[in-house]
Design a protein around this ligand. Sequence first.
Ligand SMILES: [Zn+2]
Length: 294
Amino acid sequence: MEELQIPFALKAAPYNLFSSNFEELTMRRILSIILFSAICLMEANANLPFLPSERPKKIALTFDACMTTGMLKRIESGTDPALYNAAIVDFLRSEKIAATFFITGLWAEKYPNVVKELAAEPLFEIGNHSFSHRGFVDNCFSLPNLPENEKESDIRKSQEILLRLTGKKATLFRFPGGCFSQSDQGLVKNYGLTVVGWSFASGDAFNPNTNAIVENVLEKARSGAIVVFHLSGGRYAPKSAEVLKAIVPELKKRGFEFVTVTALLKMNSQSMISGVMSPDEKVKINRYPSVRMK
Ligand SMILES: [Zn+2]
């Protein structure tokens, strides 16, 4: 017994095929190999997103339809063009790409027929992006500030407009600029809404450099990620459609499947098992680099 406490005990040689010593030694070796293989597998699992895997990789493309009263005024005065980039939706439809749209109440009132069309498309889902795209906390970039006593009605108004136009109660909420306090999160939860942030921003806001945005997205894309784009077009997000046309075929080639945020949240436990992302990362607050939306 003494000898067998030494791993791979060589003192047992020369082996006698029929000795109990040999059998025990062989058993030890088999167990050691099994243990070693198990450790290797565990390590491989920790890095699953970076290894070829038969498991489909999932990514959620999201599109924010931001609108402040200032933006609305500029459309109505003719200073800004329509803040709806139809080329994005046309492309998603033609490629059958699932997507999630976070829509402000002001945007929905301006483009009610678009909201109805998006709601009628089974690939798409619509979330609430507040009514007037004001900052829930002070100094949320350059967004106008939303006073404490208007927060609840801002969330509710948008819920009501979206329900009226889509016939469905929105279940997801994204804070304008990703800025919120814990009590704001509580207000949103009271409406049965789940707060959704993003894993990384595409960088399409105010960015005329298609290649830079494409590179950014392809570099950061990983299974379980939620990516932010903007539906506005115009000077707010001039290249989003071009970017999509470049990244979608490449992501498909890399084995990504496009899913809605709801579908991604449902597979969350699976994501945890394969080590792709924690739920905290999914609502991590990133910030638009240079939003000017007053
Ligand atoms: Zn927004």
